[in-house]
Design a protein. Structure first.
Length: 327
């Protein structure tokens, strides 16, 4: 059974929006929540740190106002992403603010820590942890995470290399708690597929970059629309952690995607890339699912499209078709 914070009663479809560095802010999160999907943003997007509390107040007020206007379809909950890696000197400040504001869902990345989980659990919050393989999944659950975000091959930004089929199957062999699947999901059919192979939610990122509410440059959004899976480059050169990025942004930075310099993972850095270019600001993260993205709609229109596609996919799977089972 899912914890109350992850109840699908408030959702138009089982989707958690990925928290995207720079791209995800209050405007996008509010649009996601009021459209019926779980919105999310990285705490590091709120700069200076004092802005985080203001963002949380703004999101809470907008969700409450929506609920008054639309009691028949209340807003979905939201999540804040905390980077737990030692390079994040804001972690304890941002965690304190999340606890004070009783953030319903916290997504942790790049490190599993019991003290962080205990702080979130102190007020009844739910913790989901990013993992790229089963070893990291075991570690997160052993330290107290409530659920997992299985980041499979093809996901935007920091991503793993495992097939989603293998990753979900191996986790489900021992874990029956909440799982969201990340990796090239940009259609309602992809959401249905994630559910069919054992995930509770689909984790959707790149499709929300190309929305009007996203805090992304127009060129970034246009590149998402114009590109396909063949335009994604998987490398660790920009942050020390392997991730997927748009080829066009790498070329714009004056780099050759086919001949990127080596990276030292011990010098992990979430702000700089080669030369004057900066990761996320100039080097744009993106997943392999962007071939399905053809325009820059409002978030509400995107969620409506995903919902239609999801319902059609579910209906096709449950329709009266010939059985292939041998009996």
């Amino acid at each position: 059974m899912l914890p109350p914070a992850l109840s699908r009663d408030r959702l138009a479809l089982p989707v958690i929006a990925a928290p995207m560095f720079i791209v995800s802010g209050p405007e996008l999160v509010i649009a996601q929540c009021t459209s019926g999907v779980i919105g999310a943003f990285p705490s590091l997007n709120a700069r200076p740190p004092e802005l985080l509390a203001q963002w949380l107040d703004e999101i809470a007020a907008a969700r409450a106002a929506h609920d008054v206007r639309h009691p028949d379809r209340p807003a979905a909950p939201f999540a804040v992403n905390l980077i737990v890696h030692q390079s994040n000197d804001r972690l304890m400040h941002d965690l304190k603010v999340c606890v004070e504001h009783r953030v319903p869902i916290v997504i942790t990345s790049l490190g599993a820590r019991t003290d962080v989980y205990d702080a979130i659990h102190s007020y009844g919050g739910v913790v989901l942890h990013d993992v790229i393989n089963v070893a990291f999944a075991h570690k997160a659950i052993d330290k107290g995470a409530d659920g997992l975000i299985a980041v499979a091959a093809g996901a935007g930004g920091h991503a793993g290399t495992w097939s989603p089929f293998a990753l979900i199957e191996e986790i489900r062999r021992w874990f029956d708690g909440p799982i969201a699947l990340s990796g090239a999901i940009a259609t309602g059919r992809g959401v249905a597929a994630a559910r069919a192979i054992g995930a509770d939610f689909a984790y959707v990122g790149s499709a929300f970059i190309a929305t009007r509410e996203a805090n992304a440059a127009d060129d970034y959004k246009a590149s998402i629309v114009a590109s396909s899976a063949a335009d994604i480059v998987y490398t660790n050169v920009f942050t020390g952690v392997h991730g997927n990025y748009l080829r066009t942004s790498i070329e714009r930075a004056g780099l050759d995607p086919a001949n990127l310099p080596p990276s030292d993972p011990s010098k992990m850095d979430f702000s700089t890339a080669g030369g004057a270019a900066k990761a996320w600001r100039d080097i744009w993260g993106s997943g392999q699912g962007i071939g399905a993205i053809d325009d820059v709609p409002t978030t509400a229109d995107l969620v409506a499209r995903l919902s239609r596609e999801y319902e059609n996919a579910v209906a096709s799977l449950t329709s009266d078709r010939p059985s292939f089972a041998r009996g």
